[in-house]
Ligand binder design. Sequence first.
Ligand code: NAD
Length: 516
Amino acid sequence: MGQLAEGGGSRLERTVDTVRSYAPASGELLAELAVASDEEVRRVVARARKAQRAWAVLPVGERMARLARLRDALAEHAEDLVEVISRECGKPRHEALVHEVTTLLDHLGWICKHAPAALAPERLDLHLLKHRASEVRHEPRGVVGVISPWNFPLVIPMGSVVEALAAGNACVVKPSEVTPLVMLEAKKIYDSTGLPEDLFAVVVGHGPTGQALIDAGIDFCVFTGAVETGRRVAAACGQRLVPCTMELGGKAPLLACEDCDLERAANAIVWGGFANSGQVCISVERVYAHEAVYQPLLDRVATLAAGLRQGDPARDFVDVGAIIFPKQIDIVRRHVDDALRKGARVVCGGKAGPGQFFQPTVLADCDATMTVMREEIFGPIVPFMKVRSDDEALVLANDSPLGLNAYVFTRSSSRARHLAERLEAGSVVVNDVLSNYAAVEAPFGGIKQSGFGRVHGVEGLRDMCHRKHVSFERVRGPARDPYWFPYTARSFHWLQRGVRLVFGAGSLARRIGELF
Ligand code: NAD
């Protein structure tokens, strides 16, 4: 056994040569797995590269037919997946089914139907080089490395796996060391479909295994995790000039306008703040409520939150499960303590325990100095702050280094549009919460320090490709074009005349002026 890995604790004890998976709701040790050595990671990537070459030359329709078999196999094993997700994350089975399994099945179904069109070569009409025909091809990058977190251990990594494979890549996943069993279950199901075994692989380990994956010569990296880790991963990718997608933290604001539907807003805040115990990158992380609705909204949210049933999902149907990663409990507690010290009030919950749980907590009278309003919480806390206008809410919402999601609750569509245009976020959702991740045809990702690149939709598929411009001759060309060698006074004269004709002074300004 090696020494304790960084961040290890008593029951969370993890060694550098093994990974231990615990059931957070009960503390039961579920498995102890060997960490893949750097050499093993290199071998896995080399085998994936070989498999990718054969996979990439298959017609896209054939690839989709095989991926459709994977979709069916995942659907057939939905119950097994729900079971392992719920156990390893301590999350309610409803959430394992709806957030993870269903979204993955729907995403893969959408890909099977739409990837051929999304990845088809695009004809490009060249306006100056009219004698050439052009197309932009979306070609697979090669081997895609996926490094993923523990909060959605199926849908996050597998979403990237199916995008990568559809685009003709191979894929190697380094799942979170906190929740490795879910990806191993997905790999087992994948292997049962007859798809090439080496085309999709899982390497188990801690952070250094993620680093080893980047060092093993991958061609693209999709990282999902914390901002600080993202900086290290992006730097490692930069060293090797490996392009990457960064899906990092969020601090989603919810703007409750004076004209909002109070009952819908209250229910949405409770679900958006406490689903998955608040461990969602797009959780409702801070509420800016207009003074006209602040008190009734806060009261209703507190009542609803107090009615939530929390416990071990393996024993009962509960609404709120455990905290998946134990270190998160201290982070959550520190946010609450800081808020209370600075004048906030607990109107519901507020306490950790028993075991790896934290009560659904609602905080009133928060202000912008509190960490709970400024930093990612990633736990079951919903802080409320009173505002006097939409403009004040907008300024506060945008005063954040993060920009993943934002929510607006209003009955006015023009107000919603006005706010959506001004909110600094990768997605804005009006009168709903969390649903944009399930809109698998829409691009998902952040701005500012929430990251770059997109998953889902056409953008997600195309990010798995490099663009190749291919230029053909339309008609057989002469022996040489007029602007090739030799440069003569005569050819310069004709070129000058041509330039004057095409770019004549003032002509663009006039034409653009006429256009708008
Ligand atoms: P984390 O950053 O601690 O770990 C993520 C992954 O990175 C793990 O697999 C980990 O082993 C690996 N890793 C750690 N150090 C590494 C290194 N130096 N090189 C390579 N890999 C390394 O994140 P987490 O705690 O698992 O997840 C929570 C965070 O993820 C939150 O901040 C949350 O907001 C974010 N998240 C973002 C999205 C999104 O789509 N934007 C989705 C889910 C979670």
